[in-house]
Ligand binder design. Structure first.
Ligand SMILES: *[C@@H]1O[C@H](CO)[C@@H](O)[C@H](O)[C@H]1NC(C)=O
Ligand SMILES: *[C@@H]1O[C@H](CO)[C@@H](O)[C@H](O)[C@H]1NC(C)=O
Ligand SMILES: *[C@@H]1O[C@H](CO)[C@@H](O)[C@H](O)[C@H]1NC(C)=O
Ligand SMILES: *[C@@H]1O[C@H](CO)[C@@H](O)[C@H](O)[C@H]1NC(C)=O
Length: 908
């Protein structure tokens, strides 16, 4: 009951907010360009937006864009009436003063806020006189990091309306030659794929994307507000010289070192897994899945250990053991049994992990300690400094410690500091349906050590960035920049000394060609050096204390100011035309929830337990965007996507979801519909894909199963009936040789009787309510209990009420539903395959429809065709609690937009 009240109030709030927002119909973005130039992995991107006020009165015009977190903003300009207004980078304290003054005058202040995993949002606004124009221009810079054998440049396009002159240009210049280049991301699909052109000639590539106004409305995630999504340019360079590329310009050099023709070094790895109470539910579940996959991927000559901890520590085995099949299987069983309970004793657990590695020195191997936790230490030693000091003493620089912080309850800075102090890095794992993939992805980055104890030596070089690296992993890259003493290339001699499996190796090429990029841009290499130096100083500052910290901070600040970088130590102050407020733009820290009130017009709306800044609505965007929702500790806030969107359209204002600032970030997959159901946090119901279909009994006639198809643009889902014991094609994934079919049962209110998963050649897993049968060629194995089954690339985990299936990038849950005393199966796709060629009923896109105005309403318009409908309801079996939902009932053909035969198979 309370929930219902809450929703109504929130809807009211939504409406109220919408009316206070500037009306974007009043102004027109007539040109929007994104121009990115990548030279030697250093990307400089310029976003230019030209906007006209079409009204007879002055209007506040907003500029709001998203940029990669790793980037530093280096320039912002506005051109109004022939006048240029430049953003100025200042020390944070200094800028803060200006900010405070602005706020005290009741003026607004802008900010850069963190959005999702990879992006930050920059926004500012300016008032423009009637029929005048403004040009906004933002520049940001970043060094692309090589991960798993590729560089990725993410470009986020969301101009907020269709734009007549919309362009994205990406130029890549790599002297070593471009090995491959691909374009990915939500904007590279469907209608928009045609708008992308890629030209690639050895050392240069140019990707351009000039979609028409119409195309901007038709892509996935695009609509009347125009485009909304990412273009991700993925590439790698050729590597033939094991010494790597060294480039110099104007007295500075940058060295990219990424040899791949080396033998892998066997590893000793200890996983320390938090199983404290806060890991309850999906987190512990995903951790188990990830761990099982990771264990599967260990090489036979690896040694490993596994510790779980809460207020105590639990060993799978007290010492490291070899990753042979028997041990891996046993560890998987142990992993499967991990249960959440108790408090969090990080200190004891990490020390024990370090002990295990220390007790197992092995010539020619690489040791790695990986900690996964989701909370602060709550028992044992809880003083953070003390833990850090204990851990440092235990590890003594002998191996790296990687800390994975799961969710937003962790003190990420603590983990980051501890990792950096021990030659590792910390990574945030976002609580999300793909958390297991994130965990596995991180592991893959460190799965193949090729070198240890790497020293990069540059005789004749000075002011070097970091030169010593404990490990070098396949697929990554070591980058060092510095100055060439007296710019004397004759005496400059680079050399790399490292340990490869069992032996010391020296990479030196007396003949090494130091390519000169003089002429391209004199300051280019210098900026790469400055970028790397500032990043590393910021990391160092985090680890230090006292006067040392102060010095490092001072150095980082002075470089940030010199090169005009907006870093955590600086702010950009945007001064606007006379009489207008000053914006102060700060870079947020990783995972920081904006703490100061981002007082847009000095007004925030207070709602029980959460703050909703008055203008802080954002569009729902592509798969890489992570709207925030209040879950977990809050009563459920339901934003009916459809409703919000309709309001949005009416007023021409971007709205999509509420963002309570103090809450966690979660992914809502694109196109999801939101339903009012109690939130069971230990499960993923809230995140299920929009195209899950749900059966229900029809009231009369033969046996019917009723299916629900959620809508992308409306709040009411569609529903349709399928008669008889049909064999349905659930998911066919051509590239992975995976197909899943299901047989509907003969019970009037049932679901599926059997589901069969076919994979590789001649391997099948059949699932029914009694158990699981695995057939590999002629061999058949029956599993009836709660069990973990791995067969080839497929993992099946049977639990009480659900069966989890993981196969490559596909994640499926088969719920065991019950009606009367009859059990049946219901499949739900939790993670769609990357490949958009997947077909089947689970791969259906959410429906897009419009109501045909009429009383009573009996027609909907789908793909420009009118269809007869009646208002009905269906049970949503894609959720264990099986709520009943209202829906528009229509024929299967109309709902599917294809003949039902396209979704059936002749054989299970
Ligand atoms: C993009 O930027 C580069 C480098 O500043 C410049 O040479 C090029 O002309 C720009 N391209 C467009 C289309 O503006
Ligand atoms: C390192 O990666 C490259 C490219 O992905 C691959 O060809 C090579 O086999 C890998 N090396 C090892 C030792 O796994
Ligand atoms: C880097 O490693 C070398 C060789 O192990 C050592 O001599 C040197 O002091 C280290 N440099 C730094 C900055 O730690
Ligand atoms: C040195 O480089 C030159 C030109 O790049 C090449 O012709 C020569 O063979 C190289 N010498 C050695 C020893 O690699």
């Amino acid at each position: 009951m309370e929930r219902a009240v809450l929703q109504i109030t929130l809807c009211g709030l939504l409406l109220a907010l919408v009316t206070t927002l500037p009306n974007k119909d009043d102004w027109d973005i007539y040109s929007f360009h994104i121009n990115s130039t990548v030279t030697s992995r250093y990307a400089t991107t310029v976003i230019t937006s030209r906007v006209a006020n079409r009204m007879d009165e002055s209007k506040e015009i907003e500029f709001q864009v998203r940029i990669p977190k790793n980037a530093f903003i280096s320039k912002f300009r506005m051109f109004i009436d022939g006048q240029e207004y430049n953003g100025v980078v200042k020390a944070k304290e200094q800028a803060q003063q200006q900010y405070t003054e602005a706020v005290s005058r009741g003026q607004s202040a802008g900010l850069v806020s963190s959005v999702g995993r990879t992006l930050e949002e920059f926004k500012t606004s300016v008032t423009i006189a009637a029929h005048k124009k403004v040009t906004f221009e933002l520049t940001y810079e970043e060094l692309l990091k090589r991960k798993l054998g590729k560089y990725e440049l993410q470009i986020h396009a969301r101009p907020m309306q269709p734009v007549k002159d919309f362009k994205v240009d990406v130029y890549i210049n790599e002297k070593a030659g471009i090995n491959f280049i691909e374009v990915k991301g939500g904007l590279s699909t469907k209608a928009l794929a045609n708008a992308i052109t890629k030209t690639h000639a050895d050392k240069q590539a140019w990707v351009y994307f000039y979609p028409t106004e119409d195309q901007q409305k038709t892509c996935d995630g695009c609509g009347d507000q125009g485009m909304n999504g990412d273009l991700v340019i993925v590439y790698d360079v050729n590597r033939d010289n094991s010494m790597g590329d060294i480039k110099k310009s104007a007295g500075y050099f940058v060295h990219h070192f990424a040899p791949s023709n080396l033998q892998r070094i066997p590893k000793n790895v200890v996983f320390i897994i938090d199983q404290s109470g806060s890991m309850h539910g999906r987190k512990i579940h995903q951790t188990r899945i990830a761990l099982i996959h990771i264990l599967n991927d260990l090489a036979e000559d690896d040694y490993f250990g596994l510790i779980t901890f809460d207020s105590n520590i639990f060993h799978w085995k007290r010492e490291l053991v070899q990753a042979n099949k028997e041990n891996v299987d046993s560890a998987k069983t142990f992993a499967q049994e991990i249960r959440d309970r108790g408090a969090t004793d990080i200190n004891q657990a990490v020390l024990e992990g370090a002990r295990m590695l220390n007790a197992h020195p092995r010539e020619g191997s690489a040791s790695i300690l990986i900690l996964l936790t989701d909370g602060d230490p709550t028992t044992g030693v809880t003083n953070l400094k003390q833990i850090q000091s204990n851990v440092r003493d235990a590890i003594q620089g002998k191996f790296p410690l990687y800390c994975l912080g799961f969710g937003f309850d962790v003190n990420f800075e603590f983990l980051e500091k501890m990792s950096l102090q021990n030659n590792g890095v910390a990574r945030r794992i976002y609580e999300d349906s793909d958390a297991d993939l994130q965990l596995k992805g991180f592991y893959e980055e460190v799965a193949t050590p090729l070198l240890t104890d790497v020293s990069m030596i540059y005789v004749g070089g000075t002011n070097l960035t970091q030169t010593n690296f404990s490990h070098y992993y396949n697929g990554s890259e070591i980058v060092v920049a510095g100055q060439i003493t007296d710019n004397d290339i004759e005496t400059f001699a680079p050399q790399v000394v490292a340990i490869s499996s069992q032996r010391r190796v020296v990479f030196s090429d007396t003949n090494v060609t130091v390519e000169s990029t003089d002429g391209v841009s004199d300051s280019h290499i210098q900026r790469v050096w400055a970028y790397l130096t500032v990043k590393q100083l910021l990391d160092k500052e985090l680890q230090l204390s006292g006067p040392e910290k102060k010095n490092v901070k001072k150095e980082a600040l002075s470089l940030s100011l010199k090169y005009g970088f907006v870093t955590p130590l600086t702010s950009m102050v945007v001064t606007k035309p006379l009489g207008e407020n000053t914006d102060v733009l700060d870079k947020p820290k990783e995972g920081e929830t904006p703490q100061a009130t981002p007082s847009l017009h000095g007004r925030t709306m207070q709602y029980p337990g959460m703050m909703i800044p008055s203008r802080d609505f954002a569009l729902r965007t592509g798969p890489d965007d992570y709207p925030v929702s209040a879950v977990n500790t809050q009563p459920r806030v339901t934003s009916r996507a459809g409703t919000a969107k309709r309001k949005h359209m009416k007023s021409g204002v971007s709205a999509g979801y509420l963002r309570p600032y103090t809450e966690q970030v979660r992914v809502i997959p694109k196109g999801s519909a939101f339903y009012d159901m109690p939130i069971a946090l230990d499960d993923t119901e809230w995140f299920e894909e929009a195209a899950t279909v749900v059966p229900q009994r029809a009231t009369t006639g033969p046996v019917f199963h009723r299916f629900l198809l959620k809508s992308e643009n409306q709040s009411l889902p569609l529903c349709f009936d399928v008669a008889g014991e049909v064999l349905l094609k659930l998911l066919h994934h051509p590239t992975r040789e995976l197909s899943v079919n299901g047989e509907l049962d003969s019970v009037a209110h049932g679901g599926f009787k059997r589901i069969v998963i076919h994979f590789q050649t001649d391997q099948h897993i059949q699932i029914d309510t009694n158990g699981i049968t695995v057939r590999e060629g002629q061999t058949e194995t029956q599993h009836t209990g709660l069990d973990l089954i791995t067969a080839g690339s497929v993992t099946v985990i049977r639990r009480d009420k659900e069966i989890d299936v993981a196969a490559g990038d596909v994640r499926m849950v088969i719920l065991i539903q019950e009606k009367g005393h009859q059990q049946f199966l219901w499949p739900v796709l939790r993670q769609k395959p990357m490949d958009s060629n997947a077909t089947g009923i689970l791969a259906l896109k959410p429906a897009v429809y419009e109501e045909v105005p009429q009383t009573p309403l009996t027609k909907l318009k789908i793909s420009n065709q009118e269809t007869d409908v009646t208002r009905s309801n269906a049970v949503d079996y894609s959720i264990l609690s099986s709520p009943t939902l209202d829906c528009w009932l229509m024929s299967a053909e109309s709902a599917l937009q294809r003949h039902l035969d396209d979704f059936t198979v002749s054989q299970l």
